[in-house]
Design a protein around this ligand. Structure first.
Ligand code: BV8
Ligand code: ZN
Length: 245
């Protein structure tokens, strides 16, 4: 079935300069990376408290690293999909384009986006728990697990766990872009994790036209101006066509 894009959105696309795309795990679902919530979500088989908190890492760093290595393997097997590619094209078309992502998988980087505000860090970063030395990895981490820093501390995945602060500068830049946006797309996110989930409502309160792209309704649908129901890998390339065609 053809996508129902409103006349209002079509008329906003070309004149808009300040545009934000806010993404979640759904954008990578068509690349074969599992989402977190929902029937097939990662949290069905793994408890958040056991894998994605600082307490979990202190209690059993090996177990946490094995889980991140499993996720790294899945990501290495995956490639960016047409949704990521369309978002990369957006960067060329909108003068003040901001990509804000909750994803840690690096697929937006691999699709070619130059500037990405990563709210929850990056699974390809490794940081020392003691001296904060940060390394960029390319592959799954071999033995010993957890890896050790030369200072003697344990190295941890460079992601933001539950109960940890988001990188302040990155969040502030994202909030500022959302406040100024004429158009914000919230794509493939359940909008259940805060403070990231404040961003679409912040944009809306400041006069932005908010469009939700998702296979199902989320809480953002209550205030979004427009819902485009479908897979991001299909909906985003169609929007790109309205922009370029
Ligand atoms: C913090 C680690 C301050 C990385 C992740 C109110 C205000 C502030 C904080 C809170 C608050 N209420 C509660 C909190 C605390 C907590 C929180 O939000 N809890 C929730 C769950 C209630 N937040 C925090 O702890 C944050 N920090 O608040 O700091 C502080 C600190 C100390 C003391 C006091 C205050 C830190 C949050 C960081 C979480 N880190 N993971 C990793 O290993 O990956 S969260 C995890 O969820 C992922 O990172 C992910 O990015 C994020 C969001 O999930 P989504 O991306 O939305 O994915 P989800 O599976 O949920 O949804 C997928 C969607 O895609 C679905 O809607 C589906 O329909 C759709 N979809 C599927 N296929 C497709 C599709 N859509 C389109 N196309 C498709 N093909
Ligand atoms: Zn160190």
């Amino acid at each position: 079935m053809a996508l129902q894009v409103s006349e209002k959105l079509k008329s906003l696309l070309r004149p808009s300069t300040r545009v934000v795309v806010f993404t979640g795990a759904g954008v990578s679902a068509e690349s074969g990376i599992p989402t977190f919530r929902g029937a097939q979500g990662v949290w069905k088989d793994f408890r958040v408290e056991d894998y994605a908190t600082p307490q979990a890492f202190l209690a059993d760093p090996r177990k946490v690293w094995e889980w991140y290595n499993w996720r790294r393997t899945k990501i290495l097997e995956a490639n960016p999909n047409p949704g990521h590619e369309a978002i990369c094209e957006f960067e060329q078309y909108f003068r003040e384009f901001t990509l804000v992502t909750q994803n840690v998988d690096g697929l937006h980087d691999r699709a070619g986006n130059q500037k990405i505000l990563k709210l929850h860090g990056d699974i390809w970063e490794t940081r020392c728990n003691r001296c904060s030395l940060t390394l960029i990895d390319q592959d799954v981490r071999g033995e010993p697990l957890p890896p050790r820093c030369s200072c003697g501390g344990n190295l941890r995945p460079g992601v933001v766990w539950f109960g940890e602060m988001l990188p302040e500068r990155v969040y502030n830049q994202a909030a500022s872009a959302a406040e100024k946006a004429q158009l914000l797309f919230t794509v493939g996110t359940s909008a259940e994790v805060y403070p990231a989930a404040f961003l679409p409502s912040l944009a809306k309160q400041n006069g932005s036209y908010v469009v939700e792209i998702n296979v199902e309704r989320t809480s953002s649908a209550d205030y979004a101006d427009e819902l485009l129901t479908g897979k991001s890998g299909e909906v985003l390339p169609e929007i790109l066509l309205y922009l370029t065609g």
